[in-house]
Design a binder for this molecule. Structure first.
Ligand code: BG6
Length: 489
């Protein structure tokens, strides 16, 4: 089975922070993959822009190394790589002083092609870059700007950033990336929900017992010292990725896949999230921080040791959330995410209510509730756990099995990185998988009170050993309700 590649009209793609980490690990490799897939038409150009003094040749060398390091060797085709590198050029710019923007303007010339300004830089530079683009007449009606999270660290700071970009670009030109929305299985969640008749009638509080969303990582602080310690897991993962996943699970069917139709429905979910107030936070939220332990087969340091300072920043968070709508009233959404956990696994579990009564008798064993497990990574796929009769003679004994749709087995196609899909959506001007301003701000409206009550209650981060599933309080959070976290397998 092959998917059809639709070439896009030529475009100019400017990466601010072109020599940075995101550009190296994600953007250049993703652009190369789209070149190789045959999606670019002439004269598509990619321009690196950042403070480093560099020639075109040096930037091409940087890109070539990025592709060697971050694209699997079997996908590197020398001819395509050469074609790709020819598209690249470099302009040194200083966002604060504005130096170099005139050169950028000259480089783009009077091209009428769509132009993308990708801000792979710290949010503190968003305002200056947008202002300078405007001042130098670079913002045409076919220009788009792409910004990465974190969009603020609170509602107020998110509003400031949105205002700064909004002064120069219209909302339809602003693409706020949440790379989780570009993941194949996340989009599959929509296909599953709205492309099948069998789930929707059960997708509500009458039939769903609860929902779990887990985004577990085995990595630690990595080299993100200055960012992560000021953010913590709630801002870094829950405000964006996890809430976006929750929206896709909980939203009403949109009228179409049109960007605003989908985003209107997600917004309603965010607005319906029950506020976690000061007295509830200690009961419905858990903060954790990893201590020394073992991860991926080796000993690892604790977070504070890695950081080199005492800190209360959370590297783990678990929350029992509720969507206060008719569809979901009373259905808990258990959310958890953390660094240095036992396994790298991201999944959404919909656990249905058990059958009202077992007719099979004690010898048949328990009749477990059905579960739909949507696995984002690794081994992307969907499993539906159902009960069957244990095969063979010897009476009726029940056993749980999974109807398994692991994508790697079902489809022999390369699973594209989320950035490949998202970058091409930017070029095409399709905003369905990007966060609208009101969504980002609604998410902060739910997060801010949690942060405030953590502070008021002095709710400290509880230690957990690296390589485990987080603090014991996170297990208690769900077990108190007579439920357990799904064990991935
Ligand atoms: C980023 C977070 O947005 O997502 C990181 O800032 C996190 O802390 C990363 O590691 C996880 O992304 P993925 O695609 O590896 O699950």
């Amino acid at each position: 089975m092959t998917s059809q590649i639709i070439p896009v009209d030529p475009f100019d793609f400017v990466v601010f922070g072109g020599t940075g980490d995101l550009s190296e690990r994600k953007l250049l490799p993703a652009l190369y993959q789209r070149q190789k897939a045959g999606q670019f038409c002439e004269p598509t150009r990619i321009i690196g822009a950042s403070r480093s003094k560099m020639s075109d040749k040096q930037f091409r060398e940087f890109a070539s190394k990025a592709i060697a390091d971050h694209v699997s060797a079997k996908d590197v085709d020398e001819k395509e790589l050469e074609k790709f590198l020819k598209r690249l050029s470099y302009v040194p710019v200083d966002a604060m002083s504005g130096d170099g923007f005139d050169k950028l303007k000259a480089q783009i010339g009077d091209s009428k092609a769509a132009r993308v300004f990708y801000l792979a830089v710290a949010p503190a530079l968003f305002d200056d870059i947008a202002t300078n683009l405007d001042k130098h007449g670079l913002v045409t009606s076919d220009a788009r700007i792409v910004v990465e999270k974190p969009i603020g660290r609170s509602l107020a700071s998110a509003q400031e950033l949105n205002d700064a970009i909004g002064k120069v670009f219209d909302e339809h030109q602003i693409f706020r990336i949440d790379h989780y929305l570009g993941k194949e299985t996340v989009q599959n969640l929509m296909a599953l929900r709205f492309g099948n008749a069998m789930f929707e009638p059960l997708w509500n509080s009458a039939h769903v017992d609860h929902v779990q969303i887990t985004v577990a990582e085995t990595v630690g602080l990595e080299d993100r010292v200055s960012y992560y310690d000021k953010a913590g897991a709630l801002r870094d993962m829950v405000q964006n990725h996890i809430l976006q996943l929750l929206c896709l699970v909980a939203m009403e069917p949109p009228a179409s896949l049109d960007a605003d139709a989908v985003r209107d429905e997600k917004l309603k979910v965010l607005r319906a999230l029950k506020r976690v107030n000061g007295t509830e936070a200690p009961k419905t939220t858990v903060r954790g921080q990893y201590k020394a332990g073992a991860s991926s087969g080796g000993a690892v340091k604790g977070y504070a040791e890695e950081l080199g300072a005492a800190t209360d920043t959370e590297t783990f968070v678990a929350i029992k959330a509720e969507v206060a709508t008719w569809r979901w009233a009373g259905v808990p959404f258990y959310l958890r995410t953390g660094k240095r956990l036992a396994e790298r696994v991201s999944e959404i579990v919909i656990e249905f209510k058990p059958v009202p009564l077992s007719i099979f008798g004690d010898h048949a064993g328990p009749v477990s509730a059905n579960q739909l497990v949507i696995r984002l990574q690794p081994n992307e796929g969907v499993k539906l756990f159902v009960m069957i009769k244990d095969p063979g003679p010897g009476g009726m004994r029940l056993r749980q099995v999974s109807l398994d749709m692991t994508f790697a087995e079902a489809f022999s196609v390369r699973n594209p990185d989320a950035y490949e899909r998202l970058i091409m959506d930017v070029v095409r001007g399709n905003q369905t998988l990007f966060m609208r301003r009101d969504e980002v701000e609604a998410a902060w409206r739910w997060i801010d009170p949690i942060l405030a009550s953590w502070e008021e209650n002095r709710q400290a981060a509880q230690g957990y050993t690296a390589g485990t599933w987080g603090p014991s309080a996170a297990i208690a959070l769900i077990e108190r309700d007579g439920r357990t976290w799904h064990e991935s397998n």
